[in-house]
Ligand binder design. Structure first.
Ligand code: NAD
Length: 247
């Protein structure tokens, strides 16, 4: 186990990629704070899965786009486990529309959760990580933040912003031994992608050299690597996990 005695906060961890990350970090020995905004029952199931495998976890409700809520999430994590060693900024939403039809609230909702949320959570853990003189932050961006994608101006701008934020925080925090990296997933099978039409899924599959969709575990294993000692000389990087879609 590579993460024993570490505490990890995973945002948006009640399902999909976040759930897989929470399970993987726990498997590597981390105590996990399973953040959720929606279904408490699903977050509790993730906690029970971790506990059944002999791990430690708690579920904490918080909206990553709200500073007060984020502060409560951090306090609860600290109060329960005593440290915050790993933050995974995973929570994200889509509100897709063509630019000319995109409403201001669709823009704002996505920017607030997907970009401002990363800023707020990063800022909130940084004070504690600075005191500890160590920390790992892993931001979940998207391959479309690198390549662009028609119909997702809000999402692409936020995910590109996450890559910029990753590089900047990596530079600002390196002297305190806080390492910040990003992962840009391609097309991963989750509830988020289940909502897409079959036509779009077939078109996307045709662009993937490895000719298959990714699984949440593909992302989770890379997060565990970035959080581990094996990645102690890596910061400010964005790892594409996309079956070779964007090279
Ligand atoms: P998902 O919709 O299954 O899960 C997203 C989670 O984030 C949910 O649990 C949701 O409740 C939570 N969440 C949403 N808003 C929140 C808020 N304000 N505060 C706290 N939690 C909030 O999606 P997923 O596919 O598992 O995606 C996880 C991350 O990976 C997202 O950042 C997404 O943009 C990114 N991503 C996904 C794919 C993909 O193909 N699935 C590709 C690239 C990037």
């Amino acid at each position: 186990m590579t993460l024993q005695n570490k505490t990890a906060i995973v945002t948006g961890a009640s399902r999909g990629i976040g759930q897989a990350i929470a399970l993987e970090l726990a498997k590597e020995g981390a105590k996990v704070v399973v953040n959720y905004s929606g279904s408490e029952a699903r977050a509790q199931q993730v906690v029970e899965q971790i506990q059944a495998a002999g791990g430690e976890a708690i579920a904490v409700q918080a909206n990553v786009a709200d500073a007060e809520s984020v502060a409560q999430l951090m306090s609860k994590a600290l109060e329960t486990f005593g440290s915050i060693d790993i933050l995974v900024n995973n929570a994200g939403i889509t509100r897709d529309n063509l630019l000319m039809r995109m409403k201001e609230d669709e823009w704002d909702d996505v920017m607030n959760t997907n970009l401002k949320g990363v800023f707020l959570c990063t800022k909130a853990v940084t004070r504690q990580m600075m005191k500890q003189r160590s920390g790992r932050i892993v931001n979940i961006s998207s391959i479309v933040g690198v390549s662009g994608n028609a119909g997702q101006a809000n999402y692409v701008a936020a995910k590109a912003g996450v890559i910029g934020l990753t590089k900047t925080t990596a530079k600002e925090l390196a002297s305190r031994n806080i390492l910040v990296n990003a992962i840009a997933p391609g097309f991963i099978t989750t509830d988020m992608t289940d909502e897409l039409s079959e036509e779009l899924k077939t078109a996307m599959l045709a662009q993937i050299p490895l000719a298959k969709l990714g699984q949440p575990e593909d992302i989770a294993k890379a997060v565990a690597f970035f959080a581990s000692d094996a990645a102690s000389y890596i910061t400010g990087q964005t790892l594409h996990i996309d079956g070779g879609m964007v090279m």
